[in-house]
Design a protein around this ligand. Sequence first.
Ligand code: GLC
Length: 654
Amino acid sequence: MYSINLEEQISIACNKYQIDTKGLDQAFYKRLFDNISTVGHLFASIYEHHAAGVEKLIALIDLLVLVYKERSNTLKEKDAHKLAQGNWVLSNQIVGMSLYVDRFCGDLKGLPSKLDYLKELGVNFLHLMPVFESPEGESDGGYAVADFRKVEERFGTMEDLRDVQQHMQEENMYLMIDIVLNHTSHHHEWAKKARSGDATYQDYFYMFSDRYLPDQFDQTMPEIFPESAPGNFSYVPECNKWVMSVFHHYQWDLNYTNPAVFNDMLLNIFFYANLGVDILRVDAPAFIWKQLGTTCQNLPQAHTLLRLIKQCVNISTPGMALLGEAIVAPKEIMKYFGTDEFTAKECDVAYNATQMALQWDALATADTRVMLAAQHELLQKPFGTTWITYTRCHDDIGLGYDDSMITAAGYHPYHHRKFLKDYYSGNHELSDATGALFSVNPKTQDARISGTLASLCGLEKAIRYNDVLAIQQSISKIILMQAQTMFLGGIPMLYYGDEVGYTNDYTYQNDSGKSYDNRWMHRPMIHWDKNQRIHIENTVEQKIFLAVQKLIQLRKKLFLFGDYKNITWVTPHNIHVAGFIRAYDNKRVYCLFNYNKQASYITWYLFKEHGYAPAVLFDHWTGAKHKVGLDHEYFIMEPYQFCILEAVDYSVRS
Ligand code: GLC
C-alpha cells in the first residue's frame, strides 16, 4: 500500500473544487470519505510497483471530486432518488431495447420522434449501440472507437445525443451506452501517436519490437474471430512494431498495466456518467488484463479494475449502474458480480448469456434438461445484482455453457453442439431455422450462430413457402422465447426489429466493410412501413407486436417479476417443459414453457410441491381459470405454449 495520506488528498481536492462538505455536498463527501481507502487499496494492488502509481492515485482523487462537481443538479437528484430506492435495477418496471440508431431511425435527431412507438410497446430503457466516432469499414459496428467524446458525424452531434438523453429523461426512460474499455480504434489519437513513434503512447498499448513475446502470447490466447481476424497481434509498419489486437487488426488492446490508461479511460466513463447514462455497458471486460501463459481472459486483475471502477462510480456518480458484458462460461460470468468481500460490488448487471443460449438449445432439441442443469450455477447470483435477459442481440449466439451441463442431460457435448450448429445453420433435415455459422474455428470446429430471432424460429422459411401453419408456429416459438426472458428475472432486453419479426438481412454481403462479418445479417435496417403494419389486423407484425406488448404489460403488472431472488425451478415432470415459480409475500406464479412441437402433459402434482396446494390457477396470459386436478391427472400444454399461472386459491399443506 502507498504511504500517502488519502484523507489529506481528499481535503486538498475538496478545497480546490469548493465542495460544501458540511452542507449540500455532505452525502458525496461521506461517500468519498467512507470508500477512499478501498479505492486506494484496489488501485495499489494493481499499480503499487508502477513508477507513476502515487502520482496517478492523487490525480484519481482529484478526478473523483471534479466529476462530482461538474455533475448537473438534475443528475444529482436522480442519484439521490435511485440511492433511496435501493437496487433500482431489480425492478419489474424496466424493459429495454437495444438498437442501432442509424438502422432504426437514421440519426440521433430522428430518435425522439420514435419514442412514442417504443412507449406503445412498453419499452422504457434503451441501449443505443455505439454512436461515437469510428472509421467506416473498420468499425466493428462502432466497437472500434476513434474518439470517445465525439459523436460520429452520420449519427449527428454531441448536442443531438444530449437532446436524446433529455427527451428520454422527460419520459422517465433509462439510457444505456457502451464504454469500449478493452481497445481503441487504430485511428484513435493515442494509436496515431503510438504509430508515429511516441513512446508515451506506445505504452498505452501492448507493442512489441519483434515476434518473441507475441508468439508466446499466441500460444495460449484463443482467437475471437478466427476466420476474419486470425491471431492476436497486428504488424504496424510505420513504427515497425507488433501491437496486440485481440478482436480485429484495427482494434488495439489498451494496456491497463499503465495507470495513465486507467485514469484516462475512467475519465471517459465519467464523461458518459455526466451525460446522464443510467446503465453503462462495459464492453468486453473479460479481456482487459493480459498475462503471458494465460488465455488473457477473466483474470483476477480484470475484476480488480472493475471493482475499482465501481467504487469510483459509487462515489461520484452513484446513479449509474454498471453492466459487465462478459460472454464467458457460466462460472466465470458469475464472478463479474463480485466475489468475497466484493460480492455484489462489481458489476450490477450482466448478460444471462448462458440462459439465452440454453433457450435456443431447448428450442432445437425440445428438451429442457440442459437448461435445468445450468440453473444451480445461475442461481448463485448475489442479491442486489441482476441479469439482462434476452433472446437475441447484435452479436452471435455462442454455445458456451459447460460440457458438464450437456452430459448431465445425457448428451455427448461434441455431438450435441454439432447438432445445434447444424440445426440453426439450416443443415438439419428437421430444422426450419435459417441462420449461419459465425467464426468457425478450423482447428477446433467451434462456431457460433448468426440469424434473427424470427429467422431462427422458422419465420423466414415459412414465409418463403407461404406456409400459413408454419408461420403461426414460428410466431408461437418467437413469443415462447420472449416470454421466458420476460418472466425469468432480470431486465428483459428486446432487440430492435424482433418486436415485429424482422428476418435476416443479406445486404451486408455487398458491403466490403461488413461482408466479412455475418453478424450483420441480424442487424436489420428498419423500414417503418413494415413496422406500421402493427396497425393492420392479423399481420405477422401485428401478432408479434401485440404479444410482446402484452408480455411487457404483464411483467410490469406483477411486482414478483422483479429480480428479488424469488425464483424456484420446478421439478422436471416433463423434459419438454421448463418451469419456475416466481413468488413474493403470499403471491406465487407458476411460469411454464413448452418447448415441444407437440402437446406436453404435466401431472397436476407439479403444482402441489413446495408445500402449497392451489385449488385454482389463473392464467394471466389467456385469462383462463384452471381447477387443479388430481395428482394422477394431467394439465395439458399446447405445442410451444406457455402459461403464467397464478395460484388464486390455495392452502398451505400441513
Ligand atoms: C463486444 C461487442 C461486439 C464486439 C466486441 C469487440 O463483444 O458486443 O459486438 O465485436 O465486443 O468490441
